[in-house]
Write a protein that binds this ligand. Structure first.
Ligand SMILES: [Zn+2]
Length: 247
C-alpha cells in the first residue's frame, strides 16, 4: 500500500450517514474554481452547504474534509441504478481543476497518482466495485459536466480502478447512428441499456433532450474524443462491452 498523506481540513457540512446504507460508490468531481484555497474555503463554509470527503489539489496534496462514516454533501440531485440518495452511499472526491467555465485543463500527473493512492486506500475499508466508480456527470447528467472529458478514466482503469471498454470497436460510426428527434424501437433499446448500466433514463422510444444528455454523459466518460450526443455504433459497442463486464 503506497504511503498516503492526508491533511485534515474539516468541513462543518455533513450529516449522519443512514445506517442502512453501506458505502459502495465513489463519485469524482472537479472543483470548478480558481484554485485549491478558494475551493477549500467554499467546501468548509457552513453557508455554502456543500462538501466532499476528500479534496486533491493540482500538486497531489490530499485533504480530508469529512469522515467517511459521515454523509458529505457533494452529489446533490443525483441518481444511479434506481437510487436517488447518492450522498448516503458514496464517498465524494473533489479534484482541484478550474473546470469548463473557467480554464478547464488536464489533471496533472501528481494529482492522478494521489487520486489512485487515495482510492486504493478507501477500497481497503469499503467494497466498491469498478462499475460504481463514477463521475458527477454520470449520476447527474442533466446538470453536471464534472470531472469532464479531460479526466483520464482510461488511465484509472489501467490501474485497476473503474471500468473501461476493452474490446476493439467498430470504426463505422454512421451505420446505426441515432440522434435527437429519432423515434424507434432501437432508441428504446438504447435507453433500456443505458438504464441497465445505471443512468437515469426512461424507456420512451423517443430520442429526446434527456436521452441526448445521458448519451453526452456516457461519451464524456467512455468516449471522450467524441462528445456529440449521437449514439453511433462505437457508442453501442462500448456500452455492450461495459454491460458484459458487469454482468
Ligand atoms: Zn461535482
Amino acid at each position: 500500500m503506497p504511503d498516503l498523506k492526508l491533511t485534515q481540513h474539516w468541513s462543518p457540512s455533513f450529516d449522519i450517514r443512514p445506517s442502512h446504507f453501506a458505502v459502495d460508490m465513489l463519485v469524482l468531481h472537479y472543483t470548478g474554481m480558481r484554485d485549491a484555497a478558494t475551493a477549500l474555503e467554499r467546501l468548509c463554509d457552513p453557508k455554502s452547504k456543500v462538501s466532499s470527503h476528500y479534496l486533491i489539489d493540482e500538486h497531489g496534496t490530499s485533504y480530508q474534509l469529512v469522515q467517511e462514516s459521515h454523509r458529505a454533501w457533494h452529489a446533490g440531485d443525483s441518481h444511479w441504478s434506481g437510487e436517488k440518495d447518492i450522498n448516503s452511499l458514496s464517498i465524494g472526491i473533489e479534484l482541484v481543476n478550474p473546470g469548463h467555465e473557467l480554464n478547464y485543463t488536464v489533471f496533472p500527473e501528481g494529482q492522478m497518482i494521489a487520486l489512485e493512492n487515495l482510492i486504493a486506500d478507501i477500497r481497503t475499508r469499503h467494497l466498491i466495485p469498478d462499475h460504481r466508480i463514477l463521475g458527477h456527470s454520470d449520476v447527474a447528467p442533466f446538470r453536471k459536466r464534472d470531472p469532464g472529458e479531460l479526466f483520464d478514466w482510461h488511465r484509472l482503469a489501467s490501474k485497476g480502478i473503474g471500468l473501461w471498454p476493452i474490446r476493439k470497436h467498430a470504426m463505422d460510426t454512421n451505420k446505426t447512428a441515432l440522434k435527437l428527434g429519432a423515434e424507434s424501437t432501437q432508441v428504446a433499446e438504447v435507453q433500456r441499456c443505458l438504464a441497465v448500466f445505471g443512468y437515469q433514463l426512461e424507456k420512451t422510444g423517443r430520442y429526446d433532450t434527456d436521452t441526448e444528455k445521458v448519451v453526452i454523459a456516457f461519451q464524456r466518460h467512455f468516449r471522450p474524443n467524441q462528445i456529440d450526443g449521437i449514439f453511433d455504433q462505437v457508442c453501442a459497442d462500448k456500452l455492450l462491452d461495459l454491460l458484459n463486464q458487469i454482468e
